[in-house]
Design a protein around this ligand. Structure first.
Ligand code: BTN
Length: 266
């Protein structure tokens, strides 16, 4: 069951833990905006601090990975981003995998167990996409880096949207008996993801990698990895300790990949 309340900053804030609240500097909630990632990137250019957070009921130009559009109809799903500053760009390695683990943890607390992670940062259920993470990084002249971490999570997304070209699902479909209220779910996500991000420089990916491997829905699958226009076929062997994808090609040689888009048939 999904009551369709509009998003409300006060309602979200009232459900944040003291730890999370102390780490959040601004929580902006919009009815509509072009893109929460774009908004926070522009706020970062105006020296916005770590812990600037933004959620919206709809996006008119939601961004997905690889330059794709993220379809963002009003009131149906979760679209949000937050900004965090890091001491260097290398401190961010593996952050998107850790964020994926954080999202699965939250959904498991609701009793939603049938969730997997598809490298590098898709949230999957039943072989269909449930959500995605888009981290946009800006490197600064002094060696520091800022990351805008965006999350799109399908809560109640109409089926048969023509402009979505991949199989997708939503929480209403995979957990029809669970009551989900988006303000509450956003607070739960922030309570998990903000402290996780704040401690990531000291924790690093090693604190999350075993858990990520437990949710890996690609391991053992025959798949095609697209790196730019190149298509590389192989069997996915999981991820290495740095979060790189291990792909064994037909000649038996295993190669590691830091980025790319994986396509697989179930
Ligand atoms: C993907 O392609 O899987 C990543 C999708 C990320 C979408 C979210 S929605 C909130 C935030 N704002 C954006 O414009 N994109 C991200």
């Amino acid at each position: 069951m999904i009551p369709h309340f509009l998003l409300d900053a006060k309602h979200i804030e009232s459900q944040l833990t003291p730890n999370c609240l102390a780490l959040i500097s601004v929580l902006a909630v919009f009815e509509s905006i072009d893109s929460t990632n774009r908004y926070l990137i522009s706020q970062a250019q105006e020296n916005a601090p770590s812990g600037s957070v933004c959620f919206t009921d709809s996006q008119t130009a939601g961004k997905g990975r690889q330059g794709r559009q993220w379809v963002s109809p009003q009131g149906a799903n979760i679209y949000g981003s937050f900004l965090w500053h890091f001491s260097s760009v290398t401190q961010l390695n593996g952050l998107s995998l850790a964020i994926g683990v954080g999202v699965v943890r939250v959904l498991k607390k609701y009793g939603i167990g049938n969730i997997g992670l598809k490298w590098p940062n898709d949230i999957y259920s039943d072989g269909k996409k449930l959500g995605g993470i888009l981290i946009e990084v800006t490197s600064h002249a002094d060696g520091k880096a800022s990351a805008v971490i965006g999350l799109g999570l399908n809560v109640d997304l109409p089926q048969n949207i023509d402009s979505i070209t991949q199989a997708y699902t939503d929480l209403k479909t995979i957990a029809p008996h669970i009551t989900l209220e988006r303000n509450r779910l956003i607070a739960d996500l922030l309570n998990e993801l903000i402290p996780l991000t704040a401690s990531f420089e000291t924790q690093s990916l090693s604190a999350y990698i075993d858990e990520w491997r437990g949710y890996d829905c690609l391991k053992g699958k025959v798949a095609t990895l697209y790196v730019g226009k190149q298509a590389i076929e192989g069997t996915v062997q999981g991820i290495d300790d740095n979060g790189l994808l291990k792909l064994q090609q037909a000649d038996g040689i295993e190669n590691m990949f830091a980025s790319g888009e994986v396509s697989f048939s179930q």
